[in-house]
Design a protein around this ligand. Structure first.
Ligand code: ZN
Length: 268
């Protein structure tokens, strides 16, 4: 009887220990179950945001969850914004990253060919554009820059006119608020083919040529139709951004938006 009791107590102790160990292990696995941290662009301060975004978008890959939260897409456009203070040819200006009223492009030059009067661009952007427009011309095609560098005040005026006639919500889908326009960087160009209004650029031979060749000169289509949720802009077949040949080629080959490229490779 006594012996039996002792064996029973020992058994209870062993089973208890086993259960405690098992629970501990479970707890440990749960804590370490962080699928986001394998990416080099993972930010540990954002862990809760990743988890919450995953709940809202359960079908997205872990990589996309991390990238999109890093892009700030879990906040509405124009909230939780950040000022960009230095010019960089690969800078990102969008609905979360803005330029101050006094931001200057240090490399601004006039565009004296293939452009409307008074256009200005970053020098490398201008040189690449002229080269592209010349080659297009050799193929019987006309590329013309119709809107390039814009000042803060110009954009403020433009946006407020759109907002007045179309309402803020509509204006926000196609026009940037002042400071948030990529045109303020001197790295963006709106292009037409002279004969058709720019909003019909997608129906031109010039657009088809651009889709096949723009990356060879360092340009990307900045607001593609399948990236509206990321860029916050409707499809703009006329708006191109200079990023250099290497980056433009990578973006084209991998069908990325500039945001996706930027947050994977350039965001520190
Ligand atoms: Zn534009």
């Amino acid at each position: 009887m006594k012996k039996g009791m002792i064996i029973l107590i020992i058994l209870i102790i062993i089973v208890s220990c086993f259960c405690i160990l098992k629970n501990n292990k479970k707890e440990k696995v749960k804590k370490e179950d962080n699928p986001y941290q394998e990416f080099k662009f993972y930010k540990k301060d954002y862990l809760e945001r990743y988890k919450n975004y995953q709940l809202d978008y359960p079908s997205l890959s872990y990589k996309d969850i991390v990238l999109r939260v890093n892009m700030n897409l879990d906040n509405s456009f124009y909230t939780n914004t950040k000022e960009v203070t230095e010019f960089n040819p690969l800078m990102l200006v969008n609905k979360y990253n803005y330029l101050g009223k006094d931001f200057q492009v240090p490399t601004l030059v006039k565009v004296d060919e293939f452009a409307k009067e008074g256009m200005m661009l970053d020098k490398d952007t201008k040189d690449a554009f002229i080269k592209m427009a010349r080659d297009a011309k050799d193929n019987g095609l006309n590329l013309r820059a119709i809107s390039t560098y814009r000042t803060y005040d110009y954009q403020a005026n433009l946006y407020s006119n759109y907002a007045k006639t179309d309402g803020v919500n509509n204006a926000d889908t196609y026009s940037a608020r002042p400071g948030f326009s990529e045109h303020h960087t001197g790295l963006a160009i709106d292009i037409d083919n002279i004969t058709k209004v720019y909003t019909d650029f997608k129906d031109t031979k010039e657009f088809k040529w651009m889709m096949e060749n723009a990356h060879k000169y360092g340009f990307i289509l900045r607001y593609p139709s399948d990236k509206e949720n990321i860029t916050g802009y409707i499809y703009e077949p006329w708006h191109y951004r200079y990023v250099g040949v290497k980056v433009a080629t990578y973006i084209k080959e991998h069908n990325l938006s500039f945001e996706e490229y930027y947050y994977e490779f350039l965001d520190n």
